[in-house]
Design a protein around this ligand. Structure first.
Ligand code: ATP
Ligand code: MG
Length: 388
């Protein structure tokens, strides 16, 4: 793919020593907490330390001078659009994004579900869907934040009283790890559901750290499932069948974490879900493959799951000091319009540390910029499903 003018090699700009965020857009108390928490615990991403280029961009990664709005809100000075009216899907796109996303269109319809108010633990009220929302989190590109987003959005929603199930559909079992759920070979897992017709009810376990949050774990066995599914009856719809046979109405949200491929596991997730959330990393190659993903979604829609729609796009690992991140964010907003959440997830070392403690960042460091951003994104999702 050629490099378009909009995302060509950026000019070198001065690095700024903007370790900590400023200009927080969230509630004042949270903002203060974030700043103080990050300050006292020394939150800084080694990959983006002042004076170094972001990892992977050593040759041409650049930074913008000024503040780092590295806290989960679209920065007003970074080229990405802030909250409020957004541009339509096709204005001002770079050549790269046009090439990457040609044919990729998503419906901008909103989810028309009735809601009932729900008091949050912090006194906030988040709307709650009257029917379970099954949201598939997919992007065949690896390492873009699918699992991190699944786990932290699920944790945020559960911490505001919603009943949430995370279905780990990745043989790596990263979501199970991050939720502190056992997933060694003997544990009944999503493999048994897909291949052995076990009921979901027999594998779902509570996540130990957070009330209201449950997990259908994945074990390494699942790695063989792509092959084993091929010879199974209704091989694309086995997760859907399992969900239909399960009492999903006891949940407000089911989030399905996908592996980095467009194989049968991901297709099962697309057939099983009503909505698709695509995490997009704010990096140069992030848009590659998106067109293919959207075309797969269209095929699934046409043949296997009419209800499926791309409801949400979440920009992840945003580094406010790079012009590139702002450019990617702007391109994605220009192309996809309203389905892109206003909140962007900043690169934050706390987010990447949390899974090694078997935790989401929401419990590991609730005041960190990453936790605040995921909470804000989850709130947007909860409100996005509301009939106004
Ligand atoms: N906001 C963030 N800040 C810093 N690190 C992050 C952030 N989000 C994710 N990471 C880290 O980036 C890596 C990839 O994230 P994650 O595992 O969520 O991606 P993925 O899309 O699920 O990957 P895979 O395709 O392998 O399943 C992980 O090490 C994770 O801890
Ligand atoms: Mg993953």
């Amino acid at each position: 793919m050629s490099t378009g003018p909009g995302l060509g090699r950026p000019d070198r700009a001065d690095e700024s020593p903007d370790e900590q965020p400023s200009g927080l857009g969230g509630p004042g108390e949270d903002a203060a907490r974030a700043a103080s928490s990050a300050g006292t615990r020394g939150e800084a991403d080694p990959g983006t330390a002042p004076g170094t280029a972001p990892s992977g961009h050593a040759m041409w990664g650049t930074t913008t001078s000024g503040t780092a709005e590295n806290v989960g809100y679209v920065p007003t000075n970074a080229g990405a659009q802030p909250a409020g009216p957004r541009k339509g899907p096709t204005q001002g796109e770079s050549e790269l994004v046009r090439e990457a996303l040609k044919d990729a269109k998503v419906s901008h319809e909103t989810t028309a579900t009735a809601v009932r108010p729900m008091p949050g633990r912090r006194g906030k009220e988040w709307p709650r869907p009257d029917r379970c929302r099954i949201i598939t989190i997919a992007n065949q590109k690896g390492g873009v934040g699918k699992t991190t987003s699944s786990v932290n959005l699920a944790a945020s929603l559960a911490m505001h009283g919603a009943q949430v199930l995370v279905v780990d559909l990745d043989p790596q079992g990263n979501a199970s790890t991050a939720l502190g759920v056992e997933h060694h070979a003997e544990v009944p897992s999503i493999y048994d559901v897909l291949i052995e017709d076990m009921a979901l009810a027999d594998i779902v376990v509570p996540a130990p750290e957070i009330p209201n949050l449950y997990c259908a774990p994945a074990t390494l066995n699942l790695a063989g499932a792509e092959i084993e599914l091929v010879s199974k009856v209704a091989r694309e719809s086995r997760l859907r069948r399992a969900l239909d046979a399960y009492d999903t109405d006891k949940y407000d949200y089911v989030l399905i974490d996908c592996p980095p491929s467009l194989g049968l596991l991901t297709v099962n997730a697309l057939v099983g879900g009503d909505e698709l959330l695509i995490p997009i990393q704010c990096e140069y190659y992030a848009l590659e493959g998106l067109g293919q993903l959207i075309r797969t979604v269209d095929l699934v829609k046409a043949h296997l799951n009419q209800k499926l729609k791309v409801s949400t796009i979440l920009l992840t690992m945003y580094d406010a000091r790079t012009r590139l991140a702002a450019q990617v964010a702007e391109d994605v907003r220009n192309h996809f319009g309203d389905v892109v959440l206003n909140t962007v997830i900043p690169r934050s070392v706390r987010v990447s540390e949390a899974p090694s403690y078997g935790q989401s960042v929401m419990t590991y460091d609730p005041g960190s910029s990453g936790a605040l951003a995921y909470s804000e994104a989850a709130s947007e999702m909860a409100h996005g499903g509301a009939v106004q």
